[in-house]
Design a protein around this ligand. Sequence first.
Ligand SMILES: [Zn+2]
Length: 311
Amino acid sequence: MARKDIRIGDTVKVERAGDVIPAIAERVPVPGEQRSTPFCMPDHCPVCGSSVGREGAYFYCTGQLVCGAQLKGAIEHFASKHALNIEGLGKKTVAQLVDTGLVRSLADLYRLTSADLVRLEGFADRSATLLLESIAGSKTVSLDRFLMGLGIRQVGQHIAKVLAREFGSLGEIMSADQERFQQIREIGPEISQGLVLYWSEPRNREVITQLQESGVQVAPGMATGDRKQSPLAGKTFVFTGGLDHFTRDGAQQAVEAAGARVSSSVSKKTSYLVAGRDPGSKLDQARTLGVTILTEQEFAALIGEDKNGLS
Ligand SMILES: [Zn+2]
């Protein structure tokens, strides 16, 4: 920005650099424009006033637990689809909850009442009830989703699943040391260091305690030992065509919860091909290779999710 004298509000010419990354080529002067002052990286957080730290290319607010902006981000992440999946807790609502002081920590979400919510702009009895229901519905959560929701650095969906599978319970993860984490193939020194650092911070542990006190129950994930006892352990599933009662994500989670895995292509090692609506060429490949082919209903029955009498 400094080199090319780019300021907030400028009109710029963007080019493709490398494969896809857009780069600003130059500023396009607009006759009569009022330009803003040159940008300077702030040395204090514009939201909470804490000092700004730097890690490589990243500048960040050091007021992790007192910063309203970070709290909003943390709640949005906690409630997101792949974490606690709390429907109706979008950016706007989170901002209202934090700005009004109703929510000062993740655990405060579980203390909200209908009376709190209807005071907020845009909330009526019905929308308040729906949000409270989806918050209550998130109280029982699988270990991997819970871990993912905490927003520990570098612990995304995949690593959260790896940890859940390897350790099986939150307590085991909280008490593991760096050496233990590094015994896991997918976990390198950076992630294991991040994990140990996260759990060594008393305030982070306090968040867990508060969440548990407000009724959040983290269902133990399947530890490696238990997983082997599942009849589907080690099996490989491939999906083709559309499913009516599962999202692809949901189907994958069900498969993984049973200790099996999902692959994207059919091979001799494929255990089951699940053929939904309008299956693709994978169906023919499976037939040629003699792979067991399941309908969606048969799949649901196999993984034990046939509760709704799919038909
Ligand atoms: Zn801040």
